[in-house]
Structure formats: structure tokens, C-alpha cells
Write a protein that binds this ligand. Structure first.
Ligand SMILES: Cc1cc2nc3c(=O)[nH]c(=O)nc-3n(C[C@H](O)[C@H](O)[C@H](O)COP(=O)(O)OP(=O)(O)OC[C@H]3O[C@@H](n4cnc5c(N)ncnc54)[C@H](O)[C@@H]3O)c2cc1C
Length: 407
């Protein structure tokens, strides 16, 4: 059996799985390697559901990639015969002065995305379950919805295999040798060679970055943080299903508020949620990113130095923080806890992705810095990764995504 490939993809969370599917579609010989199971609940791609939205406060330059990804999820759904995306609409709301909310509106206007601007009373009339603050306003965007997380990973790996990719799980990559003509990949089971290697290591990336030259100081440094997703029983489950309840984000003043105190009622937090879909209950979580710029957010997020040692238990304060927000803004969902999952963000200093050839060696295509907002964009990321791995350049990437530090 040959152990030589054109491309090896290491890590089959959503990003590696998307890269594998896209590379396989282009007819090259490709191997995907995953250390755990496919899917698993130890990295960043688990928890039943993910938000997809297009009015992107993070930067309007993502919008063309969001259109492509939305279509990519629909195409994948058709290919595997199962709906991986449920459109629900997306409710963004928060205080007047929220810059993120203004950025949502600006992105919607700049890209002609269907949306409505609502005041607090209109939000409550449209969705009676929400109780915004009296001065809140919101943007209701049409093209937003729920993605099924683990099912999406499975579907990507399934189509990759149909397209000829070889896949191995429970096989950990231990070493990469870059000295020769081919990259040598050594796992706990075998040795393989390839012309190019895609590294999609999720929160394990910093461990590898430290071993590559130039090290993390010369490239974009990544911070891994512990994140908790909670599911709450609702008093009227029918009102929280995807046909009546949108994905939502409320933009508190977060990092701009002084953070040596915890807010009384969650009003400062940035919180998002999704209707009852994959798992029982309404999913609600705090979105707090620790980046180089947001050191003041420290009380809200816990840095993870070793992803294998992250605390996967639910701590009382994890639930209390989200529940305080739920009881203030969605009181009908303040029921018993039905589940919780710990997950990890891998964040860049500016919150934008780092995608492309790594400065250590252009044969390594590294995918990182998804900063808690990458899942929805996996189809676009997979295509960009395949462009770089096969053609050496990507016409569809955007200039935010470079690997050079500082950014
Ligand atoms: C709680 C939470 C909520 C989120 N919500 C959203 C959302 O609503 N919308 C959105 O768009 N994004 C969201 N995100 C972000 C998104 O889920 C992540 O950006 C995305 O899942 C990252 O995928 P990944 O493939 O990079 O990482 P991972 O899923 O962690 O995959 C990395 C893989 O590499 C494997 N690996 C590591 N080292 C090795 C090795 N040595 N050998 C072999 N395999 C290896 C790991 O086992 C793992 O499977 C959320 C993230 C979290 C944590």
C-alpha cells in the first residue's frame, strides 16, 4: 500500500473536513488524519448547532464568503440528502451605542442583505419571547439560521470519501519533517509522505506553532480559551422551535465596559442563542474572545494552555452567568438546565482568520484563528485551503487572512 499522497489534511474538525472534501473534489490523492473520532466532542466543532448569519459585524469583507458558504451548505445538504442548514432569520439587538450593532446594519446595507430595523417594542411584538431593554434596538436579517454541527462534519467527511479521499481516525500525528523534497508525516501508527500538508488543528495549533520556525512571535499568535454552551428548558417549547424562533445575538458593551466587576443582569455581555434543534432545550452561550487587544476581558474568559487538560466540567458560575442573562431577556427559557458542553475558541489578536501557506514552509497550509466565528464559513475556508494546496494561490481569499504578525 502506498503511503505517498499529494496532500495530507491533519485534523478533521469542521475546517479539516471541509478542506478534505474540497481537495478530494479536485481529483488529487488525499489522506485525512484525525486523532480522535469523527465527529468528537473534545475540540471546537461540537455542540449540536452553530449560527450562520451574513450581516457580519466582524468585517463586511466576509460577506461574499458568507454567500458562498451558505450555498455550500445547501449543496452539501443536497448531496447527502439531509438538511444541514435551517433558515430562521437572525435577530441582532442591543444598546444604542453598540458598535457591533451599527456594524451589522452597515454590512447589511453595504451588501444589500434583506433586513429590517426594529426598536425594542417592535422586537417584542415580533418575537414575544424576547424582552429587550427599553432603549435597545435591533436588526432582523433574513439570511441567518442554524447549522447542525456534528452532522455537518460527518457529511463533509462522507462526501470526501465518496470523492476518493482516504480517512483515518484515532491516529495522532506526532511529527512533521520538512527537510526533504516531500513532507514526512509521522503518526502513532505509520509514516506518510506528501507534497503539501493542510494543518487544521483547532485549539492544538499553538502547540504545533511553537515547534515551527519562525515560531509564534513571527507569525500570528493564537490564544485558546474555554467556552461553555448551555441548554435550558423553556416553558413553551413550541415558541422556541426554528419555525418561530430566530438565531439571535445581543451585543452588550462587553470589552468596553469596565470588567473588574461582573454585570448585574448580563446586560454587558455579548450573548447568542439558537432555537431548539439538535439537542433538547434552548442553546444560549456567552461570546467572549480573549485577544491580545482585549486583556480587560480576562474575568470573562479562561485561557487554555493545554487543550488536553481543559476543564470540561460545568462550574456553577458558568451556568449562573448565562442564566442571569436568560432570566433578564428570555424569561420563558429560564427553566432547568438540560445540558452543557465545554468547547474551545482559538483566537487571533484581531479576531480574523489566518489561512494559507505558513511562513515556516509554504508546503504547510495552516488554518487557524477562527476566533469563535468560523464554523459557518467552513465551505469557503475549505475552498481557500484547496486553492493554496493545489494551485499555490487563492483568488477567493481576503486580505484579512494573512499569517504575518503583527496584525
Ligand atoms: C462554544 C462554541 C460556539 C461556537 N459557535 C459558533 C457559531 O455559532 N457559528 C460559527 O460560525 N462558529 C462558531 N464557533 C466557532 C467554530 O465552531 C470553530 O471556529 C470551528 O469549529 C473550528 O474548527 P477547527 O476544525 O479549526 O477545530 P476543531 O474542531 O477543534 O478541529 C481540530 C481537529 O484537529 C485534530 N487534531 C489536533 N491535533 C492533531 C494531531 N496531532 N493529529 C491528528 N489530529 C489532530 C483534533 O482532534 C480536532 O478534531 C463556535 C465555537 C465554539 C467553541
Amino acid at each position: 500500500m502506498s503511503t505517498d499522497y499529494d496532500i495530507i489534511v491533519i485534523g478533521l474538525g469542521v475546517m479539516g473536513a471541509a478542506a478534505l472534501a474540497e481537495v478530494a473534489a479536485r481529483g488529487v490523492r488525499v489522506l485525512g488524519l484525525e486523532r480522535f473520532d469523527i465527529p468528537h466532542a473534545l475540540g471546537s466543532s461540537h455542540g449540536g448547532t452553530r449560527v450562520i448569519r451574513k450581516a457580519y459585524y466582524e468585517d463586511p469583507r466576509y460577506v461574499p464568503l458568507l454567500h458562498a458558504s451558505w450555498d455550500g451548505w445547501q449543496d452539501l445538504s443536497a448531496e447527502v440528502g439531509e438538511a444541514l442548514l435551517i433558515p430562521t432569520g437572525g435577530l441582532h439587538f442591543g444598546p444604542r451605542e453598540s458598535p457591533e450593532l451599527r456594524a451589522v446594519l452597515a454590512a447589511a446595507e453595504a451588501h444589500g442583505l434583506a433586513h429590517q430595523v426594529l426598536d425594542a417594542a417592535q422586537i417584542h411584538r415580533r418575537f414575544e419571547t424576547f424582552h429587550p431593554a427599553p432603549d435597545d434596538w435591533g436588526v432582523l436579517e433574513a439570511d441567518a439560521g442554524v447549522l447542525f454541527a456534528e452532522r455537518a462534519v460527518m457529511a463533509l467527511v462522507e462526501v470526501a470519501r465518496r470523492r476518493g479521499a482516504e480517512v483515518r481516525a484515532r491516529e495522532e500525528v506526532l511529527d512533521l519533517e520538512l527537510g526533504g523534497e516531500r513532507v514526512i508525516v509521522t503518526t502513532d501508527r505509520a509514516r506518510y509522505t506528501a507534497a503539501k500538508v493542510v494543518l487544521a488543528l483547532g485549539p492544538w495549533w499553538p502547540r504545533w506553532a511553537a515547534r515551527l520556525e519562525p515560531g509564534p512571535a513571527a507569525t500570528v499568535p493564537m490564544t485558546v480559551t474555554r467556552q461553555v454552551q448551555c441548554w435550558f428548558a423553556t416553558r413553551d417549547p413550541a415558541a422556541f422551535r426554528p419555525d418561530r424562533f430566530p438565531i439571535f445575538l445581543r451585543y452588550g458593551l462587553g470589552a468596553r465596559a469596565t470588567s473588574d466587576r461582573l454585570p448585574e443582569d448580563g446586560d454587558d455581555d455579548m450573548v447568542y442563542g439558537l432555537p431548539e434543534a439538535a439537542f433538547p432545550g434552548l442553546k444560549v452561550a456567552l461570546h467572549a474572545v480573549a485577544t491580545g487587544q482585549v486583556e480587560t476581558d480576562a474575568p470573562r474568559v479562561e485561557r487554555v494552555s493545554d487543550p488536553d487538560q481543559v476543564d470540561r466540567r460545568l462550574r456553577p458560575e458558568d451556568e449562573a452567568r448565562v442564566r442571569r442573562w436568560v432570566s433578564r431577556f428570555l424569561p420563558l427559557a429560564d427553566g432547568p438546565l438540560l445540558g452543557a458542553r465545554v468547547c474551545m475558541y482559538t483566537s487571533s489578536p484581531d479576531g480574523h482568520f489566518a489561512l494559507g501557506p505558513h511562513p515556516a514552509d509554504p508546503r504547510l497550509i495552516a488554518l487557524s484563528g477562527f476566533s469563535g466565528h468560523g464554523f459557518k464559513l467552513a465551505p469557503a475556508v475549505g475552498a481557500i485551503a484547496a486553492d493554496y494546496a493545489i494551485d499555490g494561490t487563492s483568488p477567493r481569499t481576503i486580505d484579512l487572512f494573512h499569517w504575518d504578525a503583527p496584525r
